[in-house]
Ligand binder design. Structure first.
Ligand code: SAM
Length: 444
């Protein structure tokens, strides 16, 4: 069904979206035009207000009335999201069904962006139901969270729309107690607050100073604003420790890392262990030898490097731990943590951009790459493919970019032999996926 409402103008429409989109929206059509509806579940009949009509091929809308609710609709457990925060954007969907929708999003991205055919995906086990949970009930899984500080000095989650802060309402994702008592802190308006729970559940809080204003610098207003926002995010910020220490201990297997509170660590408590296990298992299952030279690109504090070194060698697969792992990472503090934890291991740390560093590294047998949300992109994929490793493990937290990166590896002579996906960000639309690729010439 797809009818304009409000007396025939298209400010509001009534439609029944029928599939999920990568950004968490439900997708339907009105008069043949695609509409992405935020706050709707595929299958529901909804009245939606058009909020962005600038593109000819599609529009964006917000659900304003659920005319026929899905049986999967629930009251969101997240107080902040119920009050307009963007944190738990799928909190209104029963978590088991949300996981099925994420599997559908992954399949859709791999088909439409990655160019994989349906049969190929079945062979890879990419089917509804394969997005694996990490042992939580959807709440209290986060060990690292970042809040904004409003003009009154109150910390809160960022609003779903616009640049506001939703203070006074707690998000349900952080571990229990992580956000308690933040109103008692004297905070700097316009700054950010990073809260981290360490291996023992002890809380550490660091405040980041407000970013300096950056001029848009472009006549193309929207692109100029986006560039300015990126420059603002990337500029160095002064840090002030408000509770605990500037670093927090985290453990994977037998190893402990001192991770900078304001630096990168996987958000879900179980994620580093589960991903490390998946990387090692997928390499072993590929029949490739983990011995020789390994690259851990976008390596952070070297969790995957450690996993490769600590894996029990499988003699059937050619066996052996890597003789050396090259970790490439742009963040100095992450590398400092790697240097401490991996001090006695055959690891070489390279500070810099992956695109530049990869061309200078010795030829690898194994490559693990875990880029940020933007994906690895053509330059890095080319550098890795040119180096001709026997196995590649690609870790992706944006499904669209992940699918695009995989398709480039396929164009460069690799074949995907396995994909695993994790519901590592419950109540949100985000999914983490890990793919193992081998040279296509090696056959099935
Ligand atoms: C998704 S995190 C993965 C970190 C690590 N693999 C882990 O699991 O803890 C991506 C990492 O890439 C780093 N990074 C982002 N862009 C980079 C680039 N162009 N070159 C090198 N490192 C980069 C970030 O600092 C971050 O530590």
């Amino acid at each position: 069904m797809s009818t304009p409402a409000s007396g025939g103008d298209h400010d509001e429409v009534v439609l029944r979206p029928d599939r999920p989109a990568n950004g968490g929206e439900a997708v339907g059509r009105v008069d043949g035009r695609v509409v992405f509806v935020r706050g709707a579940i595929p299958g529901e009949l909804v009245r939606a207000r058009i909020v962005d009509d600038r593109q000819s091929r599609f529009a964006r809308a917000d659900a304003v009335e659920i005319v026929e609710p899905s049986r999967h609709r629930v009251a969101s457990p997240c107080d902040a999201a119920r009050h307009g925060a963007g944190c738990c954007d799928l909190g209104f969907i029963d978590p088991a069904h949300a996981r099925e929708l994420k599997a559908e999003i992954l399949r859709d991205a791999l088909t439409r962006i990655g160019g994989f055919a349906g049969g190929e995906l079945d062979d890879l086990g990419v089917d509804p139901g394969v997005v694996t949970g990490l042992g939580d009930d959807g709440t209290h899984w986060r060990v690292r969270t970042r809040l904004g500080i409003d003009a009154d000095g109150r910390a809160g989650m960022h609003a779903a729309h616009g640049s506001g802060i939703v203070a006074g309402h707690q998000c349900v994702a952080p571990e229990t107690g992580m956000l308690d008592g933040l109103d008692d802190l004297a905070l700097t308006p316009g700054g950010d607050l990073v809260v981290m729970s360490d291996v023992d559940g002890r809380r550490h809080i660091t405040e980041l100073s407000p970013p300096k204003p950056v001029r848009a610098g472009s006549r193309r207003a929207a692109r100029g604003r986006a560039q300015a926002a990126r420059r603002r995010r990337e500029q160095p910020r002064a840090e002030r420790v408000l509770e605990g220490e500037a670093t927090a201990a985290h453990r994977v297997g037998e190893r402990t890392w001192q991770i900078p509170v304001a630096g990168f660590w996987q958000a879900h408590r179980a994620a580093p262990t589960e991903y490390a296990r998946a990387v090692v298992e997928m390499i072993a299952a590929s029949g490739s030898s983990p011995g020789g030279v390994a690259w851990d690109l976008y390596g952070g504090a070297g969790v995957f490097a450690a996993a490769l070194l600590d894996a029990t060698p499988d003699p059937g697969a050619g066996g052996g731990r890597p003789e050396v792992v090259h970790v490439v990472e742009s963040d100095t503090s992450a590398l400092a943590a790697a240097a401490d934890t991996l001090a006695d291991d055959p690891v070489e740390l390279h500070r810099g951009e992956v695109a530049a560093a990869a061309a200078r590294l010795p030829s690898p047998d194994v490559v693990v790459l875990d880029p940020p949300r933007t994906g690895a992109g053509a330059t890095v994929i080319d550098a890795v493919a040119d180096a001709d490793p026997g196995v590649i493990v690609h870790v992706g937290c944006d499904i669209g970019r992940f699918a695009r990166d995989l398709s480039m590896f396929v164009d460069r002579g690799y074949r995907v032999r396995e994909i695993r996906a994790f519901d590592a960000f419950p109540l949100t639309h985000h999914v983490e996926a890990i793919a193992c690729l081998v040279p296509a010439r090696r056959g099935m």
